[in-house]
Design a protein. Structure first.
Length: 482
């Protein structure tokens, strides 16, 4: 979904004036690059710089998850010999003051938004707070706010309007008992029993975090496997972790409706069962913010799902109109949005551009443990799309993992059969989001497994398992009969 071949010539040009609709990662990254190159840049954003990624999505949710991880480490510290109190036998576990937790994460999100705003202004970018729409051929009209009615004339436009939570008519969020992911920070106390509907990335992350923070959690999954889009070995580890910490998974069913009761919520499932809880979080996907933007009138093709159709250099089907981020449906990641924005500016300036290559994108699921991936997947190898040698090395034998009391996780590396080039990887571990970077470098720059295997790692360290997995792949390359 998203990538198309443009139907017009799209002649290269060097725009003096660039207007950007949307201040999320795709918009503000493009703005900084364009302004740094000398263009006159105006960015129109309704909610504040950083968009929903900073204000209501990525930054607050990952801050919540970081708090949950701190709780995990404190509560497991007794395994390290750490004791609380004056030698009492009734050592208390940590508890979460949710009013302080949410106060901190919202404050952090606003601070990050202000920092982005200040940085843009330091680059000379004009920031307009308000909504906007695209006018033919490639201008922006401000439709709300102090600058309502102003038309921003530009040589090129970048649309980076993001997405918003999808809602079910039978489960409308009210921000008190039934939440979407932007409303979850209204809570002032740890929910007694949070029912999370949706077992994709967002649902799994919130389920993991709420359980670590002390809530009883039930995760409703329409599939047999939690995180159906992820590596099956990784999903299995997460499911074992969920079972160990007490996350209940209601699989192979969907939420038919969610209603408030006197003291909580009632979730009716399609399998006939009814779940009762104190709160419900709906995590059933996103809807692109493309309605009412005037895009079709400008010749921009919109898919049936409402996404802006773009090619690998962020061009839409209209001359001098580009798009980036979740509104394109290419990949719902802040890093991808930012790259799309930067690529758009580079292309319109006539620079040599490396088209966006999704197989080079490193992504991470911020559950406990984290799941990080890059490149070729196990499913692609199993289907025969790629011929690869695979080594999966459990962290149980890693000295640093033992010191850190890591009980589950692994490193998996895929190398192209016959050549030994690293083409994919999966890491399941605490801070997997950090550990995947050397393997992302290997995939992006087509390094050989020996390049990874012969690079020094610190001992003891979790990265030692990355090097060891690469050494084991060396045997497959040098001895095809192995």
């Amino acid at each position: 979904m998203g990538a198309v071949t443009s139907t017009n010539s799209h002649s290269r040009f060097a725009p003096d004036r660039i207007a950007i609709l949307g201040g999320g990662p795709g918009g503000y990254e493009a703005a900084m690059v364009a302004a740094d190159a000398g263009a006159e840049v105006t960015i129109v954003e309704e909610k504040g710089m950083g968009g929903s990624a900073v204000l209501t999505d990525v930054v607050p949710s990952k801050t919540l998850i970081a708090t949950a991880d701190a709780m995990r480490r404190v509560n497991l510290s007794t395994d390290f010999g750490v004791r609380f109190g004056e030698g009492r036998g009734d050592e208390a576990h940590a508890w979460a003051d949710f009013s302080k937790v949410n106060e901190r994460l919202l404050k952090l999100a606003k601070s990050q938004s202000r920092d982005i705003h200040s940085t843009l202004e330091s680059y000379g970018v004009r920031v307009v707070i308000g909504r906007g729409k695209v006018l033919p051929p490639h201008n922006i009209e401000v439709t709300t706010g102090a600058h309502e009615g102003e038309v921003i004339e530009a040589d090129a436009v970048i649309v980076a309007t993001g997405a918003h939570p999808r809602e079910l008519p039978s489960a409308v969020p009210d921000g008190e008992r039934i939440f979407n992911w932007t409303q979850a920070y209204n809570l002032t106390e740890v929910p007694e029993h949070m029912i999370v509907v949706g077992s994709g990335v967002t649902g799994a992350e919130f389920a993991s975090a709420y359980r670590r923070l002390g809530a009883q959690v039930t995760l409703v999954s329409s599939r047999e496997q939690v995180l159906p889009g992820e590596d099956s070995d990784a999903s299995q580890v997460l499911e074992h972790s969920f079972a160990r910490v007490g996350v209940h998974v209601a699989s192979l069913t969907r939420a038919e409706s969610v209603q408030r009761t006197e003291n909580g919520v009632e979730v009716k499932l399609t399998n006939g069962k009814v779940l009762e809880g104190s709160h419900c979080l709906m995590a059933v996907g996103g809807v692109p913010n493309t309605t009412g933007l005037g895009l079709e009138e400008c010749g921009v093709e919109i898919s049936e799902s409402g996404h802006v159709q773009v090619d690998t250099v962020s061009r839409t089907t209209a001359n001098n109109i580009y798009a980036a981020g979740d509104c394109t449906g290419v990949m719902p990641l802040a890093s991808v949005a930012a790259m799309q924005g930067r690529v758009a500016v580079a292309h319109m300036k006539g620079e040599s551009v490396k088209p966006l290559k999704l197989h080079q994108v490193a992504s991470n699921v911020f559950t406990s443990p984290e799941i990080a991936t890059v490149g070729v997947t196990q499913d692609q190898v199993d289907s025969g799309k790629y011929q690869a040698d695979v080594v999966k090395l459990d962290l149980a034998t890693n000295a640093r993992a033992k010191m850190m009391n890591i009980r589950e996780g692994f490193v998996k590396i895929f190398s192209r059969k016959g050549s030994g080039t690293v083409i994919g990887a999966v890491v399941v571990a605490p801070r997997a989001s950090e550990l995947i970077f050397p393997l992302a470098l290997a995939v992006t720059h087509k390094l050989h497994v020996d390049d990874v295997a012969t690079t020094f790692t610190v001992y003891p360290s979790l990265t030692g398992s990355i090097s060891e997995a690469a050494r084991r792949l060396h045997l497959h390359v040098t001895d095809p009969e192995d």
